[in-house]
Design a protein around this ligand. Structure first.
Ligand code: NDP
Ligand code: OXD
Length: 317
C-alpha cells in the first residue's frame, strides 16, 4: 500500500485488452481507499476526479466536470492529444513506470544484438544447411543511434552501454550524453544518421515526428543499415521502408508499431523476409508498478503539488 490519503477519491478506468479487473486489483493493492469506477458504470459523473485511460472516445472526458488529472495508461499520449475536445486546463500525465521502461530496454537490446550479430543471416544459413563462419565486429565497433532520448531512450542506451556499443542520441533539445555522441534538432539529424548503422526509434508521435522514418532519412544512413521502430506506426512511411529494403539501403527492419493496428492479415510486412513484425508489445505498462506511480501522483495533487510527468501540450509529449 502506498498511501491512505486517497479516501473517497473516484478514479475512472478505461483500459484496453479487457484489463479492467487487473487494473482494479492493482489500484486496490496500491491504495485500498481509492474508489475505482469502470468506464461502463461510472456512477455520479461529478464524483470522478481522476481518469486513467487508454484511447478514450473523443470528447468523452468532458463528461466529468470535476476532473483534476488525466493519466495515460501508456507512455505515448498521441491517443489523447488528438482529441480537440479534451477538457481544458486539466493536466495530462504520461505513463512513466519502472517495468514499462525495463520492458523497452529488453526489446531494444534484443533487436540491436540480433542485428549486430546478423542473426537473420545466420538463420538463413541454417535453413540452407550452410556452415557460415560469419565474422561480425564487436560492439565498440557498431554504431547505434537512438532517436528520442527521453525516459525510454535513455534507459535503452544504458542497457546497450553494458555491451560497449558506440552510441549516439538524437533529441529535440540539447542533451548531455557522457556515454556517447549527442545530436539534436533538425540541424543535428543528418550527422546523427550518417553515423548510425542500427537506428532505434523511441520518439513520441507529434506533428514534427509524423512520417519521419521515410526515404530521405534512410538515404542519410550508411547503406545496409537496420531499423528498429518501437515507437508509433505514424512515424514510418511503409512504402519507403519497402523501397529501402528492396534497394539494399536498409538491410532489415523490426517493426512493433503500424499505421493500422492490428496489422491487416494481407499486409506485405507479415511475410517480408527482412522485416520482423511484433504486435505492439515492445513494452507494456505493468499494473502493479504503474498503479503505485499513479497513486503517488494523486497524493501529490491532493497535497497541492504539481503531478510528475505532465505532458507539455505545446510540444505534444
Ligand atoms: P519521453 O517524452 O520521455 O521522450 C521523448 C524523447 O523524444 C525526448 O528525448 C524528446 O526530446 C524527443 N523528441 C520529441 N520530439 C522530438 C523532435 N521533434 N525531434 C527530436 N526529438 C524529439 O518519451 P518516452 O521515452 O517515455 O516514450 C517515447 C515513446 O515511446 C512514447 O511516446 C510512445 O509512443 C512509445 N512507446 C511505445 C511502446 C511500445 O510498446 N511500442 C511502449 C511505450 C512507449 P527532448 O528530450 O529534447 O524533449
Ligand atoms: C505506450 C504503448 O505508449 O504501449 O505505452 O505504446
Amino acid at each position: 500500500m502506498v498511501s491512505s490519503t486517497c479516501e473517497l477519491m473516484a478514479l475512472i478506468i478505461k483500459s484496453d485488452f479487457a484489463r479492467d479487473v487487473i487494473w482494479r486489483e492493482a489500484f486496490q493493492f496500491a491504495s485500498p481507499e481509492l474508489d475505482c469506477r469502470s468506464w461502463q458504470a461510472p456512477g455520479d459523473l461529478s464524483e470522478i476526479e481522476y481518469a486513467f485511460v487508454w484511447k478514450p472516445e473523443k470528447g468523452s472526458l468532458r463528461r466529468f466536470p470535476n476532473l483534476k488529472c488525466i493519466f495515460s495508461i501508456g507512455a505515448g499520449v498521441d491517443h489523447l492529444l488528438g482529441d480537440v475536445d479534451l477538457p481544458e486546463g486539466v493536466p495530462v500525465v504520461r505513463m512513466v513506470e519502472p517495468e514499462l521502461t525495463r520492458g523497452m530496454s529488453e526489446y531494444v537490446a534484443l533487436h540491436v544484438l540480433r542485428y549486430h550479430r546478423d542473426l537473420p543471416a545466420l538463420q538463413q544459413s541454417q535453413r540452407a544447411r550452410q556452415w557460415n563462419e560469419l565474422i561480425t565486429p564487436t560492439a565498440p565497433h557498431r554504431r547505434v543511434g537512438i532517436m528520442g532520448f527521453g525516459v525510454l531512450g535513455q534507459a535503452a542506451a544504458e542497457a546497450l552501454r553494458v555491451f560497449g556499443f558506440d552510441l549516439a542520441c538524437w533529441s529535440r533539445t540539447a542533451k548531455d550524453f557522457p556515454g556517447g555522441e549527442s545530436f539534436h534538432g533538425s540541424d543535428g539529424l543528418v550527422s546523427f544518421l550518417a553515423r548510425t548503422e542500427i537506428l532505434v526509434c523511441l520518439l513520441p508521435l507529434t506533428p514534427e515526428t509524423e512520417g519521419i522514418l521515410n526515404r530521405d532519412l534512410f538515404a542519410s544512413m550508411p547503406r545496409g543499415a537496420w531499423l528498429i521502430n518501437a515507437a508509433r506506426g505514424g512515424h514510418q512511411v511503409e512504402e519507403d521502408i519497402l523501397e529501402a529494403l528492396q534497394s539494399g539501403q536498409l538491410a532489415g527492419a523490426t517493426l512493433d508499431v503500424f499505421e493500422t493496428e492490428p496489422l491487416p492479415k494481407d499486409h506485405v510486412f507479415w511475410s517480408h523476409p527482412r522485416i520482423t513484425v511484433t504486435a505492439h508489445i515492445a513494452s507494456v505498462t505493468q499494473p502493479r508498478s504503474a498503479a503505485v506511480e499513479v497513486v503517488a501522483n494523486i497524493v501529490r495533487i491532493e497535497a497541492g503539488e504539481p503531478p510528475l510527468n505532465t505532458v507539455d501540450m505545446g510540444a505534444g509529449y
